[in-house]
Design a protein around this ligand. Sequence first.
Ligand SMILES: [Zn+2]
Length: 438
Amino acid sequence: MANLFRILYFLSAGLRRLHWDKKKLRKYQEKRLRAVVRYAYEFVPFYHDKFRRVGLKPDDVRTLDDLSKLPIVRKDELRLVEPSLLVSKQYDVGELKVLRTSGSTGKPFKFYISSVEDDWRKAIYLRANVSCGQRPRDKWVFVTSPRHFADTTSIQRRLGIFAQDCISVFSRTADQVKLIREARPDVLDGYSGALFLVGRYVEREGISEVRPRLMFGSADFIDVSARKYLEKVFNAPYYDQFGCSEVDRTAWQCPERVGYHMDVDSVITEFVDKDGNPVSAGEHGEIVHTSLFNFVMPFIRYSIGDVGRPSEDECPCGRVLPLMEVVEGRADSFVVLPDGKLISPRAFTVAMSMFEYYEGIEQFRIIQRKIDCFDVLLKIKRADLAESDMAEKLKLHFQKVLGFSTKDVTFNVSFVDEIPLSKTGRLTAVISEVARTA
Ligand SMILES: [Zn+2]
């Protein structure tokens, strides 16, 4: 019960902040920034060393403009550091909640969060949905990774307050639709790629009883035409959301859909050029986050390995949170299987993150060479893992989780020393070389 109250408390405070003025918001951000930097310096060995090496003391960071004095931290760097050095000395790693990135870049990473921080994260997440019209008792169906199934507490479920009804992204589209049909959601939410496939199925089969009032999509972006298609099929507005596993959702479309409001009272977002300097409005910049709520394992000037564009536009809705533009095309395309089934690349990366040896993998890439043939490249960080053994285990894992049969699809698993950037210059975990007709 305590958690639900805390989430609702954080939510109502977060909703109030949407109507603050800019000055008040900035003061709030700076106060939290100072607190997080001071805490990281005092209690987190990694940041203590990092700041000392550049000669910084917590008092040197007082305003948002001081952020640029701090070094940018990348996932590659954090992945090499022992968790005990990344987590506050005031906490025991074993008592914290562990979260994992879902691996859209093919580089696994796990991180830690306290239950209070987790409630904050959930409240900020809800704020966007509530702002777009979701109500506490709405029937809310979420097509996502099975890992999120436990995010709704039993109390929430019993009271039916912001209780997600989760459907696995791994299930076949027909099975997902069956469950959605039974649930009759007011709010249809989830990985946008999976929602798109649900929409296609619903239209093709002429199913009329799935009538959500609202849709939210995230994780693998579908383009504007696919969103419009979903709006047509379901006759409901579709709102896109942007984020990353480490700090959760960070930007979202409000009903005006002018841009994406950034949750800057929870996570500061900077857009920087290759030298770490801010880019101008409208220009592409590397996204760098500073979380104002993660103290247990802070993320200070943390690059998520993606790009976006800052915007100076004001949203007509009047919410104080500034806007960004999301760069389309992070989405990998859908993967088509021999039986014509389409699956979202996110299903592969999530499946990979559930593999028993995931933590022994430094980086991976799955390339669909032919419709029935996948190459799986693994850069391994543990010497005791044998290639043939891993190949066998991974094949079985994919078959089980993704529901493939060996007769239909082959996986060639090999260990490699290096995984280069994809042609688009992005670290892409799943690439299909098969021409699509979908
Ligand atoms: Zn707005």
